[in-house]
Design a protein around this ligand. Sequence first.
Ligand code: NAD
Length: 484
Amino acid sequence: MSASAQPSAPRAPVRESLRIAGKKVSRDRVIEVRHPYSGELVGTVPKATLADVKHALKIARDFRSPLTRHDRYTILMKAGAIIAARHDDLAHLITLESGLCLKDSQYEVGRASDVLLFAANQALVDDSQVFSCDLTAHGRSRKVYTLKEPLLGAITAITPFNHPLNQVIHKVAPVVATNNRVVLKPSEKTPLSALALADIFYEAGLPPEMLSVLTGDPAEIADELLMSADVDLVTFTGGVSIGKHIAAKAVYKRQVLELGGNDPIIVLEDADIEEAATLAASGSYKNSGQRCTAIKRMLVQESVADRFIELLVEKTRAVKYGDPFDPTMDMGTVIDESSARRFETVVNEAVAAGARLLIGNVRRGALYSPTVLDRVAPNMTVVRQETFGPVSPVIRFKTVEEAISIANGTAYGLSSSLCTNRIDMITRFVKELHVGSVNVREVPGYRLEMTPFGGIKDSGLGYKEGVLEAMKSFCNTKTYSLPW
Ligand code: NAD
């Protein structure tokens, strides 16, 4: 484990604008965006007013998209081509506002192109159904057809800081593919990538009425975004407490809530321990541990725990962390100093309660070192709540029953990782874990951008994201019947 002291890439601060149906609008009151590593001001974004929100929502509600499937395919593919051409600039922007290292930002830009590719192809697929009606004794010789239509009202999309581009694209691409209209409010911590993405979509030919981006103070604008009669659906990715607040506010609107996680990796004694430790380290530290599906608890069978921990500490020591703009770094900062302080606090609390700190828990500003804790108990805050940073808490277990009970023992149910080759164990865990996904011999975050993704319990209401599922949620299904 090493920390670099090279300076971050400098850049003059940008004064950004809102995008209201493609129009750039500035406001006197602004929010500052700072580079988490150096604290430098990298830009400002306007604080949208209530009138801005109402205006953007009305445009979105009233607009009816004329785009054919081929038009939508073309726009999505073109946006993907622009992103690929500006790969390095976008990665730079993500790193600038989030403190994620360049390796993570580059990976994120690549994922964004995947989302667009899948959405473009899916825009070409007509998923209408046909039902013959002469199936029972009282049936008739008719047919019922289904038709997917965009919503009548607008979509509100609210996104978190941890994937400044990819979380946004997972909302916008399905909107475009289904001919909907969205008003997006990105995280005030990382709004610059979302604004850059909007410009890319306009450049790719998207009718500007289909996408507005509003930045601002949630205390001033969120209620309108959630409760306006112009909104038919709210899609939110973020933490549990705001998610539940949204659920209570957006009454009688469709809600897609993708909330926090507390994902375990479960290592059984027959597992390849080298592979398990590699997955554990990458699942815990990638994106500075700030992924909803990051590994936040490591449940390891007692008989192999010593070997696993030895390897985990070795791999943790090898993680290069420091200046996010140094291309050799494996990890940059977390989002801000207060988050890093929170990790310090919960780790110290665990140590005071009997856990053993084996490496890490070193903080400098928003830079927090990869950290391994052994002999963690399931009731400690560091594993009971979501620790959204590069912390690897190891909980030792003896029996499979105990592992399942610990894994299911938090409020969350997003994803999980299972390390074993025993098919009887795999089928049992797949059946008994209360989660949205189980990845055998892979990190919990493994998925295609197209496959269904999302959690249960406090991690979400069970409606999935991923391009296909998001497109389903964003449509009304109309049926019509014909005598033929
Ligand atoms: P957060 O909940 O603090 O903020 C998310 C968004 O909600 C931001 O845009 C914020 O401005 C907005 N917001 C704040 N107050 C609001 C209000 N009163 N009404 C409406 N919106 C409001 O989350 P965060 O800290 O940005 O992101 C981290 C969290 O997101 C973690 O818990 C992580 O697990 C979760 N997450 C979940 C998924 C998933 O797919 N399940 C993916 C990524 C992140």
